[in-house]
Each structure stands twice: as structure tokens, then as C-alpha cells.
Design a protein. Structure first.
Length: 413
């Protein structure tokens, strides 16, 4: 069945503002539905990661309403959700509370209410459906079949390689840095495995991906969904990015959504086809890889202790006659911390020109690291001749610096 998209524009149904509660937190939303509709299928839209309000999804909700679907959009919780703290279980219960609110609407058929989830919502929406048979179906956009940490590492490497970076810089950012963030507890839900939830679902699932998605590994996701789900329709849009916006390379956003996306959702929600079907998985330049847990010698506390020792030892050297080692060591350590922050905040976009696969700040840090090693050797020779404790403190910093710099890629190629 093909639904006409030239139907009269949708408007908010009478009494469209809704509230619902989960865990003592009251959430606010709106129902967008065609005026005068009855026995409509319903759709709750579940957010992607980060802060979102209902307005971020209103354009799509209105498009679905023009196709005869009552859609609930809501403001995402801020309590208990941040960059460093979040629970997919809590978000799923928020969505389930929204489903119950939509099912009570007089214009909605309570037996035909489902959930729609984008990106992070692609983990949350299936989890919501797994908790209640009241959820009739699931729609996902840019959903992952892999763990969040694995997805993020893949996305970081994509971004850095797009900027022309390669080698130790990329390995540090997409592997070592990611593993430290996870091990330090600042990457919530890092090892959430979506597969058991997908295997438990008995509701029909519509999975949609852009073939040029650079945030979610789309080829892997299509294969995992097909292998895990009992009842599915999986579609790939060739010139679309993560949010199914039109794109040329996966990074830019051209006006409008991928042709056929909005209509596909409307048609599928009304029909809920009995037979499963899937497009071929899109090609990926490379596969994602697991983010392995830290070994004991990589623990966050040990890394912080080493960092503090290096700062103290090299700072001591500035005043105790080993200035060359003190200066190069301090510049390398402090500079590395700055570059590390820039990578996390800007995904490498603020690191300037790239030479030989390295942004200039990283190349400078690597040269400083080599200079620190040379200064350590020179200090060791001096210490051997004089055996003074004040030289020994800074020399110890230089000795510890070598494995530290190797670990973080500063002495890598």
C-alpha cells in the first residue's frame, strides 16, 4: 500500500500536550496527529544521544501524521542523563511511559502503538519493546548491532582518517584513549550488548540505515539485525547519512531526507508485512573492533599516578640543573594533555594542518618526545658520573617517560 503524501497538513490534535511520569520524573511532550482521525496507529519517537527536545523531531512527526499516524514527541529527560551518566534501562522506561500515554488517546488504536528510535534510540527502542507486549512494533534509524564503545571507536577513526590523519595518532585516539575513557568510568553503557534484546523481540522491526553512515557501522548492523530478529524489514538508502538526511559523503547534510524514507515508515506502519525482507548490507571501508578492557598495568589510577610523577619529576628538573630534560619532558606531557582534550572535544577538527598523516601539534609532540628520550640518555650519562640524588629524580622521570610515551603513541609511527 502506498500512502499519499499530499494529504492535508497535519496539526496538533486537540489537547495535544501530554505529560507522563517515570521514576518520579515528569516528562512533557506533544501528540501530532491528523485532525479528526480515529483508530490511528501510534508512534513514540525515542531520541538519539545528547540533549533533545520534542522540536528536534517535529518535522518527521508531521510527515508521519500526514500519512495517518499519531506521533508522540517529547522532551528528553535531563535528570540522570549527561555525557558521563545515563541508563538505557531508564530511557526505555521513559519511552514505555510515553507508549502508555499515547495508547490512552481517544484517536489512537491502543493495539497499534510502536516506538521509533534514532542512533542511541536504536538501542533504547528495542529494549522498550522487549519489556511490554503493548509495544506493537519497532522502527530504528541508524541503529547499532554493536556495543556503544565499539561504535564510538569506529566513528572516531572515520573522522580522523577523513581529516587525513593516520598512524599512531589515529590508533591512540580510537583505541588507547577510548579504552581509558571506558576504564575510567566516563563512558556510560560502554559495553551494552544489543543482540540479546534483538533476539528476544517478537514484534515486527523496521530497520533503516544510510549507506554512507559514518557514525554507525551500517553493514555490520544490517547483518546483525538480520541474524538476530525473528520478524524484520531492513532497508538501506544509498545516498543517506546517519539520520537519513541526504548526503554526498556521510558528513554533509543536504536539504531533506533520503527519498522514500518517510513514506517507507508510513507504509510499513500501516501494513506491518508478515514476511521478513532485507536489503544487502552496505559496504564498509573497515570493520569495527571491540574495545578491550584495560589490563591492570593500564588502570586509570596508575595512569594518573604516572602522569603526576612525570609532572613532578620534570618540574624538579627545571630547578635542579637538568633543564633540558625538564623542559622537553614538561612540554611533551602538558602538550599531550592539551591535544587529548582537543581530540575528545572536537574530534580532531581543531588540530590544524596535517603533515605525513599527523596534525602539526601531534608531529611537534612526537619530536619533543624524541628530544626527551635524548635528554634522558644525556642525563643518565651525567648521573653515572656524579651520582647525585637531584639528577636521579629527573632521570627517573625520563626513564618512566619512555614506556608512557610508547603506550600513548608519542614514540610510534
Amino acid at each position: 500500500m502506498i500512502l499519499a503524501v499530499s494529504a492535508p497538513p497535519a496539526s496538533a490534535a486537540d489537547g495535544s500536550d501530554v505529560t507522563f511520569t517515570n521514576g518520579g520524573v515528569t516528562l512533557h511532550g506533544s501528540v501530532v496527529a491528523p485532525p479528526g482521525g480515529t483508530k490511528l496507529p501510534g508512534l513514540v519517537m525515542v531520541h538519539g544521544s545528547g540533549e533533545h527536545s520534542r522540536e528536534d523531531y517535529r518535522d518527521q512527526a508531521e510527515a508521519f501524521a500526514r500519512q495517518g499516524i499519531a506521533t508522540l514527541i517529547y522532551d528528553k529527560r535531563t535528570e540522570g542523563y549527561s555525557q558521563f551518566s545515563r541508563s538505557y534501562s531508564t530511557l526505555a522506561d521513559d519511552a514505555l511511559a510515553a507508549v502508555e500515554a499515547l495508547r490512552k488517546r481517544p484517536e489512537v488504536d491502543p493495539s497499534r502503538v510502536g516506538v521509533w528510535g534514532l542512533s542511541e534510540g536504536g538501542w533504547v527502542a528495542p529494549l522498550t519493546a522487549s519489556r511490554s507486549a503493548d509495544v506493537a512494533f519497532v522502527v530504528t534509524l541508524g541503529a547499532n548491532g554493536v556495543e556503544p564503545s565499539r561504535q564510538q571507536a569506529w566513528a572516531i577513526e572515520n573522522q580522523l582518517r577523513r581529516l587525513g590523519m593516520d598512524g599512531s595518532m589515529v590508533r591512540m585516539a580510537s583505541s588507547t584513549m577510548m579504552r581509558q575513557l571506558v576504564g575510567g568510568g566516563v563512558f556510560p553503557e560502554a559495553y551494552y550488548d544489543p543482540v540479546p534484546v534483538l533476539k528476544s523481540l517478537r514484534q515486527p522491526v523496521l530497520g533503516l540505515w544510510g549507506a554512507k553512515d559514518v557514525l554507525t557501522p551500517p553493514g555490520e548492523a544490517v547483518r546483525i539485525f538480520q541474524e538476530s530478529l525473528a520478524h524484520y524489514t531492513l532497508r538501506v538508502f544509498p545516498d543517506a547519512q546517519h539520520q537519513l538526511r541526504r548526503t554526498t559523503d556521510g558528513y554533509d547534510k543536504l536539504p531533506g531526507y533520503a527519498p522514500g524514507y518517510l513514506e517507507s515508515v508510513g507504509t510499513w506502519v500501516h501494513d506491518l508485512p508478515a514476511a521478513s525482507s532485507a536489503d544487502a548490507p552496505p559496504a564498509q571501508d573497515r570493520q569495527s573492533t571491540s574495545v578491550t578492557p584495560l589490563a591492570w598495568y593500564e588502570s586509570t589510577w596508575l595512569q594518573l599516578a604516572v602522569l603526576a610523577f612525570l609532572l613532578v619529576a620534570f618540574g624538579f628538573g627545571l630547578r635542579r640543573g637538568t633543564r633540558r630534560l625538564g623542559v622537553t619532558g614538561l612540554l611533551t606531557v602538558v602538550g599531550f594533555l592539551g591535544v587529548d582534550v582537543l581530540i575528545q572535544v572536537t574530534m580532531g577538527r581543531s588540530l590544524g594542518p596535517v603533515v605525513l598523516g599527523r596534525p602539526l601539534p601531534w608531529l611537534a609532540l612526537q619530536l619533543l618526545a624524541v628530544g626527551t628520550v635524548a635528554a634522558t640518555i644525556a642525563t643518565a650519562v651525567t648521573w653515572w658520573r656524579h651520582r647525585t640524588p637531584r639528577l636521579g629524580v629527573t632521570l627517573a622521570g625520563g626513564v618512566v617517560f619512555v614506556p608512557w610515551a610508547l603506550y600513548w603513541g608519542l614514540l610510534g609511527i
